[in-house]
Write a protein that binds this ligand. Structure first.
Ligand code: SAH
Length: 491
């Protein structure tokens, strides 16, 4: 039985500009055939069990010839697969989407098209250029600056000038001098505002604003490279006033997020929205202890405990998974009070229908210990095997009986140190959300020079750990993600 092919536009680069429908298609895919301009964050959505085929094309030499791409799509679909053909921007705008569909259609392969956000409109938008504006123009023309191998540019510059509209050129970096000359020779005003925008919508977006006459020189001085688009028209004069993207607080900043992979999403996303170039570098992972005789024993004797304490959102997850495996549910905690180290941990409890009785004002183990100084035991501590000493020390000192049950282990792992080693040569912010992320980070980069690193730490204990390794630090006012983000904004 035949499979099908969905042609999906991945948008211009900012992963947030992938459409919902594109995302759904990607998540269902069995085979994904993708191009060079698709951003890594979107490629990360490809299901791990799917086959990912990179047919990325460099502008002059095609990595995989078009005919072969068409053939791959056909063969995979004929093998019964759900195929996604993922292309930069919109698949039909200078994307050869049409060519790819011809062979499929001829062979009766079912296909669909998910349009994408094209760079022709979105890159100007991120550069503060509305492609039309009633005061300036009444049309927009999207033109390719790419000539077929060995051929001359085939652009009717006279016709373009006569439209009086905004002109957007794709694939035009190497032909920029020719394009500008063509327009000038056709009689366009040399002072017409014009711009080149490189790596549009991405954290490393750069724009060069100039006039039609001076643009080629300005672009050369700035060493603009592909991918970039050229915009010619009065609307470019608005770019400075509408410069929202370049004005974002973290624009141009390199940030490494060290959280465990399953928990990095929102922090990374928030930082990206603020303009940062985020590299996810999960250097720790939490692994439930299995088997866990201590936890099983504690669960069998829950009615003995007056308090159960969780020191991270992982704790409730592992505790309740185990509870369920043992055939019990939340009612087993009926006689216990619950303490959570912070709001995220409290919310992990409330997702399970339980309200924390105690959350310290400052979200770290020292303050949790302080808040629990007078409680009545016995206390059950459900936490990482390498947890901080603050709680056990306080309970011992105050003669409060307690059981410290290791529910999970923190595993250090180094996914791809090379990517981070490169970043360390320039000023780079590294987020640390626990002392273990500091240890994981340092261990993964033995001998590395950390002098350019500014550790953005969630709390004092984390900062103290970073200082041990000579890392300069800033510390969030409160131990929450919001506060950490505020602290990074102020750097
Ligand atoms: N189908 C794509 C265009 C493919 S042609 C779309 O709709 O966007 C490739 C050209 O698109 C590049 O040479 C460049 O001119 C432009 N382009 C794509 N992504 C871009 C980006 N992030 N920034 C600037 N130009 C981009």
């Amino acid at each position: 039985m035949n499979g099908n092919v969905i042609l999906v536009g991945a948008g211009p680069g900012d992963p947030g500009l992938l459409t919902q429908k594109g995302r759904w298609a990607l998540e269902q895919a069995e085979v994904v055939v993708f191009d060079r301009l698709v951003s890594p964050a979107i490629l990360a959505l490809i299901p791990p069990q799917a086959e990912a085929i990179d047919v990325g094309k460099e502008s002059s030499h095609h990595l995989v010839p078009q005919e072969q791409i068409n053939q791959i799509l056909l063969e995979k679909a004929q093998a019964g697969k759900r195929v996604v053909r993922l292309k930069g921007g919109d698949p039909f705008l200078f994307g050869r989407g049409g060519e790819e569909l011809e062979l499929l259609q001829a062979h009766g392969i079912p296909f669909q098209v998910v349009p994408g956000v094209t760079s022709a409109l979105s890159v100007p938008a991120y550069a503060g250029i509305p492609v039309t504006h009633r005061d300036f123009c009444s049309s927009l023309h999207i033109v390719t600056g790419h000539a077929k191998a060995g051929a001359e540019l085939n652009i009717d510059f006279d016709a373009l000038r006569r439209t009086g509209g905004t002109l957007v050129f794709l694939m035009g970096v190497s032909a920029l001098p020719k394009i500008c000359r063509g327009l000038l020779e056709a009689g366009m005003d040399p002072e017409t505002p014009a711009a080149v925008v490189e790596k549009g919508t991405l954290p490393r977006q750069r724009k060069v604003l100039s006039t039609l006459q001076a643009l080629p020189q300005a672009a050369e001085r700035a060493q603009v490279k592909s991918p970039a688009i050229i915009v010619v028209g009065k609307v470019c004069s608005l770019s400075d006033r509408f410069d929202w993207f370049d004005s974002l607080p973290l624009k141009g900043k390199e940030v490494v997020v060290t959280r465990p992979a399953d928990r990095s999403g929102t922090l990374s996303e928030r930082l990206r929205q603020l303009g940062a170039n985020v590299t996810e570098y999960p250097c720790i992972r939490t692994v439930a202890r299995d088997p866990s005789p201590e936890l099983d024993h504690a669960i069998a004797n829950l009615s003995r405990y007056r308090w159960v304490v969780f020191t991270s959102p992982v704790g409730p997850r592992i505790f309740f998974d185990r509870l369920r495996t043992l055939g019990k549910d939340a009612r087993a905690l009926a006689g216990c009070k619950l303490a959570a180290i912070g709001p995220k941990t409290a919310s992990a409890l409330s997702h399970r229908g339980l309200t924390a009785d105690l959350v310290p004002e400052t979200y770290d183990s020292a303050h949790l210990a302080e808040a629990m100084a007078q409680v009545e035991g016995p206390v059950l501590l459900c936490r990482a095997s390498q947890g901080s000493d603050a709680l056990p020390e306080l309970f011992s000192k105050n003669s409060i009986p307690f059981d410290d049950v290791p529910c999970y282990d923190t595993v250090y792992e180094a996914p791809n140190p090379a990517a981070v080693l490169d970043l360390l040569k320039q000023p780079v912010l590294v987020t640390f959300t626990s002392a273990s992320t500091v240890r994981g980070f340092v261990q993964s980069l033995p001998g590395a020079d950390l002098s350019m690193v500014l550790g953005c730490c969630i709390g004092r204990q984390t900062a103290a750990e970073a200082k041990k390794y000579g890392i300069a630090v800033v510390v969030a006012r409160e131990a929450t993600m919001e506060s950490l983000i505020e602290c990074i904004k102020e750097v």
